[in-house]
Structures are given as structure tokens and as C-alpha cells.
Design a protein around this ligand. Structure first.
Ligand code: DAH
Length: 340
């Protein structure tokens, strides 16, 4: 029996020394100290021995067990820390390695231009508002006083979704929504996408952007319109900029005008950008037609207003010297990066 105990002890020592993993050490433990382990079997069989023998062997067996337990604890500790070290080694990162460069994007010139315009209008007390790109025919045409035979209604000019719904051809329907939902004093601007059935060429795109403006209050006159838009032009294109208003026609304004700004390229002397005239047409505007105010439930005896619509791409192209509108929608980073 003593010899057997010694053998168990020696074997356990050897096996634990050879154990390469926590699992292997655990296997040794089960084999020796587990329920059916070699040492456990011996301890269990003690009962059959004579009391003398039992005492002596019991002490020896307990000692062997204690020794093996100690050895097991040491081996587990050693193997666990080795395993952790290996894991650390595996997860090691080289902090001196050069980083991956992330290429920064740039704002699109249309975004830059809308932001610039927004800043100017906000500084003059206008509030930003928006309307949907999918509009009713009523808001886009009827409510804006466009007669039933207005040429812009033609299906060859307008993207119709159904008889009553279309892709807005202008941001002007936002005026209708504002007039129907707000009480004067009203002072809003509304940037957004607009759509027309145009074949893309250097100056046309079936999708483009406008910024709409609307002011309604007591005693608003053409002088307010001119003052606001002249100030807008000077803030947008430089304080030397001059403005000129030419009579025009829009169904939703009366009187209507187009505003030209003195060419910011040549200062008015005449160049390629202004086609030699010294002036550049920049927006449409006018005093809001009473019929439009009425659709919005506004008392036309008490209130008057003015409105305007600016083409964003046009302003961006003139400002940055872009000679083809299609460049705006090709998403070529070499183009877009120039407007940071
Ligand atoms: N909606 C017009 C267009 O697309 C632009 C415009 C002209 C807007 C005069 C206005 C305005 O608000 O008063 O050509």
C-alpha cells in the first residue's frame, strides 16, 4: 500500500510537470483525486483495514494527498498565468505603427451656397422653413395664381406623379403652406430641391435647388423688397455690389421683377461671366399677389408682402466660376474638394 501511494505521488508529480495546459492539469487531478481517482479509491478502501494499519496508512495517504493538492495549486497558477501571458502577447498592438489616413470629405458647393444664403437671411430676421419635394398640383400652381393653361403646367415641363401630385417645379409652394399655417408678421426663407423635365446640358439640370423668401406684414412695400434684396446681394457678393430691378412677370406676384447684380467678376465693366453686359440676373421677386394671400386666408386689406426665389446652382456657378452645372452632380472628389 505504501509503495502504491509513493507510486501515485511520483506519477502525479511527473504528469503535472509535463502538463502543458490547465486542462491537462485538471485531467491529472480527476485521475488522482476525482470521485474514482486512484488516491480516492485508496482512501475509500481504508475502512477495510485493521485499526493499526488504518492509522499509519491514513496518515501517509493524507500526506500524499496534501502534497499532490499543493502541487496541483502551483501547477494551476503557473499554467493560468502562462495562458494569460500568451493571450496578451497575441493581442499586442504596435503603437508605433503609422495610422491609416482617413480622407476627409468636403461640403458640396450647393450646400456651401445654401449655408451662406441662410446665414444672410437669418441675420435679417428670417426663419428657416421647408416644404416637401412631392407637392400637390394645387400648391405648386393653382394656389400660386397660375392659370389653368399656364405653360409650366405642361406634362413636358413638369414631372407628374398623378393628376394631382407632382415633383415641385419651384420652392414657391412653400409660400402657400406658410400662409395657410402662420399669421403675419411672416418672415421666412425656404431652401430646397426643385424638379423640371429638362434635358441636362451646361446650364440645365432636371433637379436643382432654389431658396424661396416670403415676408408678409402690415405696410410692406416694394421699398422693403428692394432694401432686403440689395442687402442680401451685398452680403453675398461683396459690399461694392450694385443691384438693378427689371420688370418681369410671375403669376404669384404683382408687380414682379428680376434682380440683377453688378458683375462681381469685372465690377460691371463687362466680361465673360456677365457676357459683356456688366450685370448678372440673380433672382425673381415681387409683391405677393392678393390671390395668393387670399388662399392663405390673409386679410389683404390689412397685409401686404413680398417674395423672391433664388436659383442656388446659378449663384454657386457664378460665384465659383463653374461653367457646367453637370459638374455639380458627378460627385468627382477633385471637383468638390475645391469648395472647402
Ligand atoms: N418660382 C420662380 C421660378 O421658379 C421664382 C420666383 C419668382 C419666386 C418670383 C418668387 C417670386 O417667390 O416672387 O422661376
Amino acid at each position: 500500500m505504501q509503495a502504491k501511494l509513493q507510486q501515485i505521488l511520483e506519477e502525479s508529480k511527473a504528469q503535472l510537470q509535463a502538463a502543458a495546459s490547465v486542462q491537462e492539469a485538471e485531467d491529472v487531478r480527476v485521475k488522482v483525486l476525482g470521485k474514482k481517482g486512484a488516491l480516492t479509491e485508496i482512501l475509500k478502501s481504508m475502512g477495510k483495514l485493521a485499526p493499526e494499519e488504518r492509522k499509519e496508512l491514513g496518515q501517509a495517504a493524507n500526506q500524499v494527498r496534501a502534497e499532490i493538492e499543493e502541487l496541483l495549486a502551483e501547477t494551476f497558477a503557473k499554467l493560468k498565468s502562462a495562458a494569460q501571458e500568451a493571450k496578451f502577447r497575441e493581442e499586442k498592438i504596435d503603437v508605433t505603427e503609422p495610422g491609416k489616413t482617413v480622407k476627409l470629405g468636403a461640403k458640396h458647393p450647393v450646400t456651401v451656397t445654401i449655408e451662406e444664403m441662410s446665414k444672410v437671411f437669418k441675420s435679417m430676421g428670417f426663419t428657416l422653413t421647408e416644404g416637401p419635394e412631392v407637392e400637390t398640383v394645387f400648391n405648386n400652381f393653382d394656389a400660386l395664381n397660375a392659370g389653368p393653361n399656364h405653360p409650366a403646367r405642361d406634362w413636358t415641363d413638369t414631372f407628374y406623379i398623378s393628376d394631382d401630385v407632382l415633383l415641385r417645379t419651384q420652392t414657391s409652394p412653400v409660400q402657400v403652406r406658410v400662409l395657410q399655417s402662420q399669421e403675419p408678421p411672416i418672415r421666412v426663407f425656404a431652401p430646397g430641391r426643385t424638379f423640371r423635365c429638362d434635358t441636362a446640358d451646361a446650364t440645365h439640370s432636371p433637379m436643382f435647388h432654389q431658396v424661396e423668401g416670403l415676408v408678409v406684414d402690415e405696410g410692406i412695400t416694394m421699398a422693403d423688397l428692394k432694401g432686403v434684396l440689395d442687402s442680401f446681394a451685398k452680403q453675398m457678393f461683396g459690399s461694392e455690389t450694385k443691384t438693378k430691378f427689371r420688370p418681369h412677370h410671375f403669376p404669384f406676384t404683382e408687380p414682379s421683377a428680376e434682380m440683377d447684380v453688378s458683375c462681381f467678376k469685372c465690377g460691371g465693366r463687362g466680361c465673360r461671366v456677365c457676357k459683356g453686359s456688366g450685370w448678372i440676373e440673380i433672382l425673381g421677386c415681387g409683391m405677393v399677389h392678393p390671390n395668393v394671400l387670399k388662399v392663405g386666408g390673409i386679410d389683404t386689406e390689412k397685409y401686404t408682402g413680398f417674395a423672391f426665389g433664388v436659383g442656388v446652382e446659378r449663384v454657386a456657378m457664378l460665384k465659383y466660376g463653374i461653367d457646367d452645372i453637370r459638374l455639380m452632380y458627378e460627385n468627382d472628389m477633385r471637383f468638390i474638394e475645391q469648395f472647402k
